[in-house]
Design a protein around this ligand. Structure first.
Ligand code: ADP
Ligand code: MG
Length: 390
């Protein structure tokens, strides 16, 4: 804490507090996230992931990292302070008055640029929601909270442990299928919908209904004042099958949104998108060349070429089936998250703002996911959870 003066607490985080601090050397204000370090070495490693991944991200639409250090049993992550609050607060402040389409697009494009930057580095955010998207007074959007983010080993890889906020969770998660970049697209779609309607797309008064609505992809259409292009984009982002959802690069460069961007975005944003496309195109060309080289060398050696990669899909299972069998851990990066080696020892439900009795561990065989969810208030569905698959 040396070199910093605490000004005030600005957020009760899932794993600790977020403080507004004054950095004496630079004379600037920053946010310091304090995360209680867990006991086991593996779990500590998981906590450090947030700092490691945030430090890797350098983009005008991602909260900038300053430094991180460990002291007094806590990990401290110092980052840029976004003085305009979060998007959820902005939506609530509207009191039912819809935003103009231009404003929505201006925010949405910046969110897409942030997500494109992280996906380019094979990082999944896994907790995109209006509460994790911050604003500055000058109107710049910054994606934050990398506490659930995860680095994949390859662009084709899928993550198996699920982390997220139930209201923003895509159908594939509830259907026990792995998570990839298209799952972030679904969550981003939920944020876009909230900006257009000031409501959440999937609303229900109970868990079963919420999950069924998400899995059916049933939501009320956007208000008619918005363009056909925006309606169409919404539909694409809420495709039930992840492979039918557009990637963030597709959203930014092809089809309807690209036209809208050209029409209403400042020139520097259009230039950035074009640069990204060129980069991606070069990457694809390199991949094609590597593949061709491999095939040629395989032919020369008279051995079969590389086989197309297939992802093992688990046997089709109904949503409720999965829910009956999965165990759930709420807010638990403190626990180890090692794909396919997960050994949950119990289950816990944790509520925001409950400073003391935060974790209630149930030291008996894990209850079923639906069991746990049914006993929890539906308002908890706006919080970050980790679901360990059985
Ligand atoms: P959690 O994992 O608990 O959701 P967050 O990183 O989202 O942690 O931080 C918790 C809260 O602290 C946020 O909801 C927000 O109110 C505040 N906060 C976090 N980072 C910033 C930031 N860079 N600028 C402004 N407020 C922030
Ligand atoms: Mg958060």
């Amino acid at each position: 804490m040396e070199g910093y003066t605490v000004l005030r607490v600005i957020g009760e985080g899932t794993f600790g507090r977020a403080l507004l601090v004054h950095h004496e050397r630079s004379g600037q204000d920053y946010v310091m996230k304090e995360i209680r370090l867990p006991k086991s070495a593996g779990a500590i490693q998981n906590c450090r992931q947030e700092a490691v991944l945030l430090a890797k991200m350098k983009h005008p639409n991602i909260v900038a990292f300053l430094e991180s250090f460990e002291a007094d049993g806590h990990l401290h992550i110092v980052m840029e302070y976004c003085d305009g609050g979060d998007l959820l607060q902005t939506v609530k402040r509207q009191r039912g008055k819809l935003f103009p389409e231009e404003k929505i697009l201006h925010w949405f494009v910046q969110m897409c640029l942030a997500v494109q930057h992280i996906h380019d580095q094979l990082v999944l955010h896994r907790d995109i929601k209006s509460k994790n998207i911050f604003l500055t007074q000058s109107g710049t959007v910054k994606l934050g909270d990398f506490g659930s983010a995860r680095l994949l080993r390859s662009s084709m890889a899928y993550a198996r442990t699920y982390v997220g906020t139930p209201y923003y969770v895509p159908p594939e998660i509830w259907e026990n299928l792995p998570y990839n970049n298209k799952s972030d697209i679904w969550s981003l779609g939920c944020v876009l919908y909230e900006l257009c309607t000031l409501k959440h797309p999937f609303q229900a008064n109970g868990w079963k209904n919420l999950i069924l609505k998400i899995c059916q992809g049933s939501y009320s259409p956007l208000p008619t004042q918005y363009s056909y292009e925006l309606h169409y984009l919404m539909k694409q982002m809420f495709k039930r099958s992840p492979k039918h959802r557009p990637s963030v690069t597709t959203i930014l460069t092809r089809g309807h949104l690209a036209k809208l961007i050209r029409r209403c975005m400042p020139a520097e944003i259009t230039v950035e998108i074009e640069q990204q496309v060129k980069k991606e195109f070069r990457g694809q060309k390199d991949k094609i060349q590597v593949k061709k080289d491999r095939e040629t060398s395989a032919k020369d050696k008279n051995v079969p070429g590389p086989r197309k990669q297939h992802w093992d899909r688990e046997p089709p299972s109904t949503v409720l089936n999965v829910l009956q069998n999965a165990s759930l851990l709420a807010s638990s990066t403190a626990e180890e998250e090692e794909d396919s080696e997960e050994t949950p020892t119990g289950s816990c439900i944790r509520k925001y703002g409950e400073e003391k009795a935060r974790r209630r561990w149930v030291r008996k065989p894990p209850e079923t996911l639906l069991n746990i969810l049914e006993n929890a208030d539906i308002s908890l569905a706006f919080q970050t959870y980790t679901v360990y698959k059985p």
